[in-house]
Design a protein around this ligand. Structure first.
Ligand code: PLP
Length: 419
């Protein structure tokens, strides 16, 4: 916490002292649950320590290379699992397909448990340890839970997960493999969330809730920090991020803003926030102003099926400050994006992750993103986390007998034998 200066309310801008434990007051006492706090650093002090040259010499290839910009103690124990420094892979064929000048995919599926949520959960277990808690709890439909359970396992903590109905089976299986105590709540996400909060208070567990815990979202900003550094401090024109609660896009934008505050990046990218048509309350706030009207989410992209987003304010602010845009995509477009991202770039995205690529394509078609633009799409989670959705997007393999009858026909139809 060496460089943390204060916590600032996103609604009233009041400053509060940062408490090392991350426990106690989580939201602004004046604004209540809507008054989400944001960690502020002493950027002048950080700037003296964190220069381009210092960073270039750093061997640490994980999100911990930005330790001075994370709200953790200098001697705190870190999980051993790999988090961050995910590859930023050029995808020229995909760029041509969606109609932009250049496209890079930041593959967050390469994190230890297969999603960007590892960045936040890694911070969660560090804070839980700092607060001497032995149990970390989480209510989530999937990735937040599986990353919480995995990171907890690597730190020797127990994890308790409250799962609403309807989570994809592979994500539930991950939890059980990581030794979590998994409770399937017969009810809505809201109910699971409340139960988790009450149980955490009652039994003194560390509650991993990204939306209102100001420390955890700091992990997500490292994705933005990495994009800046990996591109040699030159911003792309656009960064596309799928939006559920809104912490991810707000976090990524905070990363860019901090590089600017430290004088390491001059120009910053525009943020493109993407939501499914069946769960787009943040997009509505962006267009018509907030607060959001809660919706009943309907989308195949379970990770962003959020009807009552807690971080809409931060998300909308990030997109506006960057001069960016928000866009909606249909489930059909998401399924299509899963197929062409796999086929043209070799990257297997879960539906919520493919949504960013689908959104970029829509934004190009709608004239929002220019055809000569350079874009980065955040692939927030690995496709193997939701095999059922992937299968529904691609269909079945060909069946052939062992003597190979019909093989030539199939190859011709697939245009593998043509010419
Ligand atoms: C959580 C998640 C998101 C969106 O993050 P929010 O902070 O809820 O906006 C996007 N994609 C995947 C795969 C996720 O797990």
């Amino acid at each position: 916490m060496e460089f943390v200066s204060s916590l600032q309310c996103v609604l009233c801008d009041r400053l509060y002292p940062a408490r090392a434990s991350g426990l106690g007051t989580r939201t602004c006492p004046r604004c209540g649950i809507e008054g989400i706090l944001e960690v502020q650093f002493d950027y002048q002090a950080v700037a003296r320590r964190l220069t381009r040259r210092v960073l270039a010499a750093r061997a640490e290839r994980s999100q911990w290379r930005y330790r001075q910009l994370l709200p953790i103690g200098p001697a705190s124990r870190l999980p051993d699992l790999a988090v961050g420094w995910t590859p930023l892979t050029p995808a020229p064929a995909l760029a041509r397909h969606i109609g932009v000048g250049a496209l890079l995919l930041k593959d967050e599926g390469r994190n230890a448990t297969g999603s960007l949520k590892d960045r936040a959960s890694a911070l969660g277990v560090v804070k839980a340890r700092e607060a001497r808690r032995k149990v970390i709890a989480c209510a989530s439909t999937g990735n937040a839970a599986s990353s919480c359970a995995g990171m907890a396992a690597s730190m020797g903590l127990r994890s308790v997960i409250f799962l609403p109905e309807g989570s994809p089976e592979p994500k539930v299986t991950q939890l059980l493999i990581f030794g979590a105590t998994v409770l399937r709540v017969r009810g809505s996400y809201e109910q699971a969330y409340l139960l988790c909060q009450q149980a955490s208070e009652r039994w003194g567990w560390y509650n991993r809730n990204c939306a209102i815990n100001p420390y955890l979202v700091e992990g997500k900003k490292t994705a933005g920090l990495e994009i800046g550094e990996q591109l040699g401090w030159e911003a792309p024109d656009w960064v596309a991020v799928s939006v559920g609660d809104g912490c991810t896009i707000a976090g990524v934008w905070k990363g860019f803003r901090e590089w600017k505050a430290l004088g390491l990046m001059e120009r910053l990218p525009r943020m493109l926030g993407v939501q499914p048509e069946g769960a787009a309350p943040v997009t509505a706030c962006f267009r018509e102003g907030g607060p959001p009207r809660p919706v009943e989410p309907h989308t195949m992209a379970d990770s962003i099926a959020v009807g009552a987003p807690r971080n809409w304010k931060k998300a909308v602010r990030a997109v506006s400050e960057s001069g960016g845009a928000m866009i909606e995509v249909s489930d059909g477009e998401i399924a299509e994006a899963m197929r062409y991202t796999g086929r043209l770039a070799g990257v297997f995205a879960e539906p919520a992750a493919a949504a960013s690529v689908a959104g970029l394509r829509r934004a190009v078609a709608g004239g929002i993103v220019g055809r000569r633009s350079a874009a980065v799409a955040l692939i927030t989670g690995n496709g193997l986390k939701d095999v059922r959705s992937a299968k529904s997007a691609v269909g079945e393999p060909f069946e052939i007998p062992p003597d190979g009858a019909g093989l030539e026909d199939i190859l011709a139809r697939q245009e593998i034998l043509a010419g």
